[in-house]
Structures are given as C-alpha cells and as structure tokens.
Design a binder for this molecule. Structure first.
Ligand SMILES: [Zn+2]
Length: 132
C-alpha cells in the first residue's frame, strides 16, 4: 500500500492535481468497463452448461478466469475512485478556497502524507494520500 501511495504522489507532482485526478477517474472507470465485460463473458460461458450434462474443463476454467478478472477489476475500480475522491476533498486551500491548484512540497510515505502548497496564496497543508 505504501508503494502505491508513493507513486500516487509522484504522479500528482508530475501531472498536477487536476490531470492526475482526471486520469485516476478514467483509469477507475476503465476497470469498471473491464468488470462489466468479465460479467458478460462469465454469463456467456455459463450458456455452455445448457447444452448437456457433460461439463468441459475449458468452460469451467473460463468461468473461473472471467470471475477472477471481474472481481479484480471491481476492487481496482472501487480503490481508484474512492482514493481519488478522498484526495479531491482535501484539495481545497483553507486560506483562499482555491480548488486543486497546488504544488507538492514534500512527501512523507511512512505516514501517507504529502505536504502541498497553494499556487495562489502559498498556504501549506497536508493531504492524506491513503485516501482516508
Ligand atoms: Zn490558497
């Protein structure tokens, strides 16, 4: 989890908050699309059981793989969107009210904190990059 939040801060620093936020939401929703496609594949492979009593190994394998990919994609969608929203709620400058315009000053990966500085008024505050 710590490595994930490190790269989260580095990407935020490199892209800027607004672009980072946009990409996190796009990535999250791409995982949601993958989850939906996995459910469709899962349902399509279950159709093969209607043909007869004989269960073929490749059909069972396909169902297991589709289910695993779908669950992974759903977890990733939830993680990415919840973290992006949690960080976005902390992206407002308390001094001037500017949203999402800050520079990363310092990282504290051990505490999952990132010190940021408002680009408008230079106010400093901390963002919890674990998303809580
Ligand atoms: Zn400010």
């Amino acid at each position: 989890m710590a490595a994930s939040s490190d790269s989260c801060t580095e990407r935020m620093e490199r892209l800027g908050f607004r672009k980072w936020y946009e990409r996190e939401l796009l990535s999250g929703h791409a995982h949601l699309v993958l989850c939906i496609l996995s459910v469709v594949a899962l349902m399509a492979s279950m159709e093969s059981f209607r043909d007869g009593p004989s269960v073929r190994l490749e059909n069972v394998l396909f169902i297991v793989v589709s289910g695993a990919i779908g669950l992974w994609a759903l977890r990733r969608f939830i993680f990415l969107t919840v973290r992006a929203e949690a960080i976005a709620t902390q992206a407002v400058c308390a001094e001037c009210g500017e949203y999402g315009r800050f520079s990363v000053v310092a990282q504290n990966p051990g505490r999952n904190e990132t010190e940021v500085c408002c680009r408008k008024c230079a106010h400093h505050w901390f963002i919890n990059t674990q998303g809580s």
